[in-house]
Design a protein around this ligand. Structure first.
Ligand code: NAD
Length: 275
């Protein structure tokens, strides 16, 4: 389609799939990733397929890296960009472990500050009405123990989405996608080696859609949101989780059993971490 697409965390996992999806459509894709080796590998594979993909090695938590990344793109593309996909994130536990001030802050810099800063850096450089897609998580809306750093970042990016949609009216549409369980195994490592998923039949069956998600499930929704024919969707979140977070669970109904751990939650989560 010959658009200019920006992706963060584009070397591995869902980001890698998003890069490939747009590049295969004929778009020119720029991505940033912290992992040098995987970035070089991704760029080489994309070029072998004849795709127009440029990789940039950097940490999106680093303000200078974001500014350098944006400058490089705008020098090469002075007419501007079409879509920004804020995908990079990671987790670092929470209040039950030693996720301290700096570690918690780092996750927010990757998961919330970087998407804000990139939106700001590209604000005046969208061609026509642009599209920003933020990758959130169902964990923005529900939690397991010890997930505060990640959950806060995902809540943050979800709220940032509707705030930006209002501020950037006439500049860019801004939406988020909240994946559930997405098995990224095929998008790490050697694509020529067969990959064996590690999840059980129960893991599959618990999803109303009858399967665990794949990166393509997310890439297709991102592409849908970037398609300007869908421009009436704005400030919205689309959950893509096979219906999992819609499932109501009651003890002894429909075969569900509540069997809480007998261990204190810390020991359950970290059995090898006894002092
Ligand atoms: P992943 O860990 O498989 O891949 C993330 C990519 O981002 C990697 O290439 C990594 O090197 C890069 N990255 C990490 N930190 C970075 C940083 N500071 N700067 C630049 N690049 C960085 O993750 P994934 O499973 O593909 O997840 C992608 C997005 O989808 C994330 O926002 C994640 O929170 C979200 N998500 C994933 C799932 C899932 O089940 N996989 C579920 C819900 C939400």
């Amino acid at each position: 389609m010959n658009r200019i697409i920006i992706v963060t965390g584009g070397a591995g996992g869902i980001g890698r799939c998003i890069v490939e999806h747009f590049a295969a459509e004929g778009d020119q894709v720029y991505f940033i990733d912290i992992d040098r080796e995987v970035t070089l590998d991704q760029v080489e594979r994309m070029h072998q397929l004849g795709y127009r993909v440029t990789g940039f090695v950097g940490d999106v938590a680093d303000r200078q890296a974001l500014e350098d990344f944006a400058s490089l793109i705008l020098e090469e593309q002075p007419q501007g960009i079409h879509c920004l996909i804020n995908n990079a994130c990671l987790t670092n536990g929470g209040i039950l472990t030693d996720c301290d001030y700096d570690e918690f802050l780092y996750i927010q810099r990757v998961g919330v500050v970087a998407p804000y800063m990139l939106a700001k850096l590209f604000r005046d450089h969208f061609c026509g009405i642009g599209s920003i897609v933020n990758i959130s998580s169902t964990r923005a809306f529900q939690s397991q123990p010890n997930t505060e750093s990640y959950t806060a970042a995902k809540g943050g990016i979800t709220a940032l989405t509707h705030a930006l949609a209002i501020s950037l009216s006439g500049v860019a549409r801004v939406n988020s996608v909240a994946p559930g369980w997405i098995d990224t195994g095929n998008y790490h490592g050697d694509p020529n080696q067969p990959y064996t998923p590690f999840y059980s039949k129960g893991d599959i069956d618990q999803h109303p859609s009858g399967r665990v998600g794949e990166p393509e499930d997310i890439a297709r929704v991102v592409a849908f949101l970037c398609d300007e024919r869908n421009s009436f969707i704005n400030g919205e979140n689309i959950t893509v989780d096979g219906g999992m977070s819609r499932l109501m669970i009651y003890h002894n109904d429909y075969g569900w059993k509540y069997q809480p751990t007998k261990l204190p939650i810390y020991e359950y989560l970290f059995p090898n971490d006894q002092e």
